[in-house]
Design a protein around this ligand. Structure first.
Ligand code: ADP
Length: 196
């Protein structure tokens, strides 16, 4: 099963992705995580991406698409995968369509986690507090100012993917305002419908 997770920063994609990974046994491909690993490893991509990411802006479509293309060739993706954080622009969506066509694979669904914008900032504040409480380092782009920028970028560049996938008949909207369990149950219901 090939799935895309769509939603603004703070919508709960990471939390729900973990649920899908365990219930459907497909890997989660988070471009954010992959890019952060590249930054930490100081690879050429990481060195290039660092400043852009710290500012809450988007890494170039070509770089991200190349990372994804390479990753989905790996054995663990043979039975499907969950894309989290990609595509993030219309150009990336078109690149993904071309990639899947070339590999003769089919996208099953795009799950949009819909959350009130007013809830996002308070979710960010809790995430920062929880991360600190665990004694872990807070992500460099997890501060209120950069978060606002990420939200703006989402609205401008990523939200247009919603009508794009709606036209393809792939879009499934999930109410992301419920409890973690309620959102997971709503996602399970959708996935069961696609593939029981
Ligand atoms: P969020 O929690 O806001 O969804 P991610 O962890 O997915 O953030 O991504 C963090 C940062 O990594 C983004 O702000 C962006 O700079 C970069 N990034 C991740 N995925 C992409 C992508 N598909 N295209 C461009 N940049 C990306």
């Amino acid at each position: 099963m090939i799935l895309i997770f769509l939603g603004p920063p703070g919508a709960g994609k990471g939390t729900q992705a973990a649920h899908i990974v365990s219930s459907r046994a497909i890997p989660q491909l988070s471009t954010g995580d992959m890019l952060r690993a590249a930054v930490a490893g100081q690879t050429p991509v990481g060195i290039q991406a660092k400043a852009v990411m710290d500012a809450g802006k988007l890494v170039s479509d070509e770089i991200v698409a190349a990372i994804v293309e390479e990753r989905i060739e790996e054995d663990d993706c043979a039975g499907g995968f969950l894309l989290d954080g990609f595509p993030r622009t219309l150009a990336q969506a078109e690149m993904l369509d071309a990639m899947l066509r070339k590999k003769e694979r089919v996208l099953d669904a795009v799950i949009e986690l819909r959350v009130d914008e007013s809830a996002l900032m308070s979710r960010l504040r809790s995430r920062i507090a929880e991360t600190k409480a665990r004694g872990e380092e807070v992500r460099k782009d997890d501060n209120e100012e950069t978060f606002k920028k990420r939200l703006e970028v989402y609205k401008e560049q990523t939200a247009p993917l919603i009508p794009y996938y709606e036209k393809q008949g792939k879009l499934k909207v999930v109410d992301g305002m419920g409890s973690v369990e309620a959102v997971s149950a709503a996602i399970d219901a959708i996935l069961d419908e696609i593939r029981p």
